[in-house]
Write a protein that binds this ligand. Structure first.
Ligand code: ZN
Length: 267
């Protein structure tokens, strides 16, 4: 009797262990499946619109949601912004900010320099909005000097707050104060993960898009920045065109920056 009771208890224990094992196998399989099926988001930002430069039409015609950054004050800022908006793309202000090295004329007439006061920064940004009224956020064009200046970056963040903008830091210098001031003023702040086209060849841009996939596989998303222009535009648009279906086949969903922000908030 005692023996059979012991037997029953042992069998019962064995059953529990087996059930536990099969549950943990099931849980592992499910989590692996979830990982495999998990959407990876890539937000493509294309900088330097505003001059009808090479790659502008090709980027506007890409069959994915993306974000175009238009430089206010450039001769075709309004036209490029309208073209992108008509093509269903998201638009942000590509705010021209003073670099440490570089010519002042690279900034154009609506450039922001460290000699400006906060009021001048504000009126300059307001006039940018008149040209590019569809903007939902902003990022920096150059800015290695201005992005280290608390007065200038503070004025940018105040403007972002007033307009409900997000801020994408292109990360053109190491010591910029954007993250600290965005946190202080509670602005949605994101950083560029990968520059697509520092070397202007199609092969290089394809390699950088594969890098972006690796980043997205690690953290769930990647923010990449490419450019229009005579050197980079044709390669960046050609590489994107070739890689879009390949990345989509690997579970990548291309999103605008606002969609990325909404998706991250919903997680
Ligand atoms: Zn730029």
């Amino acid at each position: 009797m005692k023996k059979s009771l012991k037997g029953i208890i042992l069998t019962f224990c064995a059953l529990i262990v087996l059930m536990g094992l099969s549950y943990s196998t099931y849980a592992e399989e499910t989590s692996t499946k979830e990982q495999v099926n998990k959407k990876l988001y890539i937000a493509v930002i294309i900088d330097d619109f505003g001059n009808q430069m090479a790659g502008t039409d090709a980027i506007a015609n890409l069959p994915i949601p993306l974000t175009g950054a238009v430089i206010p004050g450039m001769p075709y800022a309004k036209e490029d912004a309208e073209k992108l908006h008509a093509a269903g793309k998201e638009i942000i202000l590509h705010v021209p900010l003073e670099p440490i090295n570089g010519k002042p004329n690279w900034l154009g007439p609506k450039g922001i320099t460290t000699g400006m006061g906060v009021d001048k920064v504000k009126t300059t940004l307001e006039s940018a909005m008149e040209e590019i009224p569809y903007a939902l956020g902003m990022n920096n064009h150059m800015g290695s000097r201005a992005m280290q200046n608390k007065t200038i970056v503070g004025a940018l963040m105040n403007f972002a707050k007033e307009k409900g903008f997000y801020f994408v830091d292109s990360k053109t210098c190491k010591n910029d104060v954007a993250l600290a001031l965005a946190n202080e003023k509670q602005i949605t702040y994101l950083e560029r993960d990968v520059f697509l086209d520092n070397t202007p060849t199609t092969e290089y841009v394809i390699g950088q898009l594969q890098e972006a996939l690796k980043v997205a596989q690690k953290k769930g998303y990647a923010i990449v920045i490419g450019h229009v222009g005579p050197q980079k535009g044709p390669h960046t648009s050609a590489a994107l065109k070739a890689m879009i279906p390949k990345l989509q086949a690997q579970n990548v969903e291309f999103v605008t920056v606002s969609t990325l922000i909404n998706n991250l908030r919903a997680q």
